[in-house]
Design a protein around this ligand. Structure first.
Ligand code: PGU
Length: 459
């Protein structure tokens, strides 16, 4: 008997020599080549069945074009403008006097060191990120002598910059906290309501800004938070409120703290500008430290985008301060369950830069000097813009430009005036009239002042 395999071969040869089989192969090849050349030409009875994804009709054909992001979309529009005098004051990103993005010297130096360290590898980080980065980040915001840190009541998890930290914190609360409502200031950074809604929280707002005085609506804030259901979450900007540039005074912070604690409201701080408001990392952390000092619980999202200029490195942290070390460690175990299916673990590079700077006193001092220089340049821009409007006799009280703090001025220009600035002067800003002072320079202040003057006198 022949072995089985030979039998098979014989059979195959026989099949190929079968005229009916070879013509069927010919038919299939012809159909396939017709289909590949022009899928629509294949006759019905010969065609390979066309799957929905191969059809010319897209399964996404029903989608409407989504609008650009209200902040990041300003940069998209700016990039398309060919004008040589165009000016981007939309996104909150620091620019030098020459209008260029800035990489801090201390960051460049540390990056060189990291590249030269042969022992460094690209292994996955733990879910919670770089351990040293987490410890040092908590110390930076809460203070080296913070009792909460000393008592191991702080859980810190490296996240994807401020946005990622807010989102992880929001999802953690939606899963484990008994109240699902978060109160955010009106107005606030435009991404806040979207982040918290998608995290599974219900978003309400509290009064924050009084357009008439261009200052804090302190009465409105106390009234709205005073009538919030006990246990609600309250989002607070740690300093340099975005977009208004209006912060509570230390006395007002103390009143807010007492109100929140007396009603068992849970504070969730967003700290995206530590060091940018006053130029001092410690002064800008005062509100947060006031709340930690009373022994109560809170959440805090921290970003190194602005104060270390690490925007695109996406480096930040979520800290949760609990009542005891035991609770803090259980909190950490649950935060890990939020992170793991979302992005598994965070990236190494940015956190390694931050950890190196925070760990070494020389590098740290160098950083604080560069940070102060950025904050000071913004303050100078405030004065220059104010002076330029005064000298033009621009109608209105513009003193809020020098009173507001941080990266932004909430000009009070309305949407029509903003669109006039963009159309006639190629100046790009968000439609709420917010301008990033960090995007201005001595060279561009006169252009902006001319534009504002024209807008308020003609629109
Ligand atoms: N929280 C506040 C209050 C912010 O202003 C920003 C950034 C963030 C968090 C998030 O910053 P991360 O980059 O995720 O750390 N706001 C800037 C930057 C542009 C944007 O909208 O993301 C802005 O121009 O408002």
């Amino acid at each position: 008997m022949r072995p089985q395999s030979n039998t098979t071969t014989t059979t195959n040869i026989n099949t190929f020599s079968d005229p009916s089989f070879s013509s069927s192969i010919h038919r299939r090849i012809t159909t396939l080549s017709n289909h590949l050349l022009n899928p629509h030409m294949a006759s019905d009875n010969q065609s390979i069945s066309v799957s929905p994804t191969a059809s010319s009709h897209s399964v996404f054909a029903h989608l409407l074009p989504a609008p650009e992001d209200p902040i990041l979309g300003v940069t998209v529009a700016y990039n398309k403008d060919p004008s040589p005098v165009k000016l981007n004051l939309g996104v909150g990103a620091y620019r030098t006097e020459e209008g260029k993005p800035l990489v801090l010297n201390v960051v460049r130096r540390v990056e060189q060191q990291l590249v030269n360290e042969a022992s460094r590898n690209k292994e996955y980080l733990p879910i919670v990120g770089v351990a040293d980065f987490n410890k040092l980040s908590a110390r930076l915001i809460f203070g080296a002598d913070s009792p909460a840190i000393q008592e191991n009541r702080v859980t810190t998890v490296q996240c994807l910059s401020g946005t990622g930290s807010l989102r992880v914190g929001g999802e953690f609360l939606a899963r484990h906290y008994h109240e699902r409502t978060i109160y955010i200031p009106q107005p606030t950074w435009g991404n806040h309501p979207k982040i918290f809604t998608l995290a599974g929280l219900s978003v309400k707002s509290y009064r924050y800004y009084a357009p008439a005085t261009r200052g804090l609506d302190f009465e409105g804030l106390l009234e709205d938070l005073g009538s919030a259901p006990s246990g609600s979450i309250v989002l607070l900007h740690a300093c340099a409120h975005n977009p208004t540039g209006v912060d509570p005074t230390p006395e007002q912070w103390e009143t807010i703290r007492q109100l929140l604690r007396s009603k068992a409201l849970l504070p969730f701080f967003d700290s995206a500008y530590q060091g940018f408001a006053s130029g001092s990392l410690d002064i800008d952390a005062q509100a947060v430290r006031l709340f930690v000092a009373d022994g109560g619980e809170l959440l805090l999202a921290q970003s190194y985008a602005k104060n270390m200029g690490l925007y695109g490195e996406r480096v930040g942290a979520l800290s949760i301060v609990s009542k005891s070390a035991d609770v803090a460690s259980r909190v950490e175990s649950q935060v890990k369950l939020v992170v793991r299916p979302m992005y598994s673990n965070p990236p190494i590079h940015g956190a390694s830069i931050v950890a190196a700077i925070l760990r070494d006193s020389d590098l740290y001092n160098e950083w604080t000097i560069e940070l102060k220089a950025m904050a000071d340049r913004i303050i100078t821009m405030r004065q220059q813009l104010f002076d330029a409007l005064q000298s033009r006799g621009t109608p209105g009280d513009w003193s809020h430009i020098i009173k507001q703090i941080g990266m932004f001025t909430f000009t009070g220009l309305n949407a029509e005036q903003v669109s006039f600035l963009t159309k006639e002067y190629h100046i790009y800003l968000t439609s709420d009239g917010r301008i990033s002072m960090a995007g201005l320079s001595s060279r561009t202040v006169p252009h902006l002042a001319d534009a504002i003057h024209a807008a308020v006198t003609t629109v």
